[in-house]
Design a protein around this ligand. Sequence first.
Ligand SMILES: [Zn+2]
Length: 201
Amino acid sequence: MKKPDFASLPASFREEYRRHILLRVLGSAVLFAAAAFLCTRLDFSALRYPAMGIVMVFAVAAALACILFRLHALLRPSWQGTVTEVGAFERIRSTGTRGQPGRRMMVEVTVDRGEKKPYVLSLFRADKIADGAAGVNLFQTHAPYKEGDTLVYLRGLRYPARFGVTVTDELFEPEFVCPFCGEFYTMERKTCYRCGRTLLF
Ligand SMILES: [Zn+2]
């Protein structure tokens, strides 16, 4: 897997990313420390397997760390790649709203990360204004990833970021995905509308 060249990213973005990771690591560490403290206070001797009590407390701490601090995303390695294909297909789910089968358009982005098999991202974000059951996918209407794009994914982020977009032959203004929260933005933005973090451009 091709690793991104971290040093080539803008300094303001690197700084934002470092803060983001530090907060998540520290937050998770506090949760695990709290779990360790709880284990010294709780009496598991009434349980059939007292060690299971400790395991349970740490499992809850890990689950909380994933929900609150996206700890699981920190375990996904960083990569860099080139978009080779962008496609869309309809996915029919058995349980939609009001019990009807839900239809949604999925956007599939195929990325060459220098491995034998291409990597495929399946993307969906519902349009809050439109009815969710209509299955409108913001990744299709905003089209933030294009064929030929260089994508950079850094450990802990929610989405890969388009990097090095200079010349565009796009009909409309190119759009980007905030790698921290998934909000869409145009090139002139320096910070995200939704999460306020410094963006890659
Ligand atoms: Zn954001």
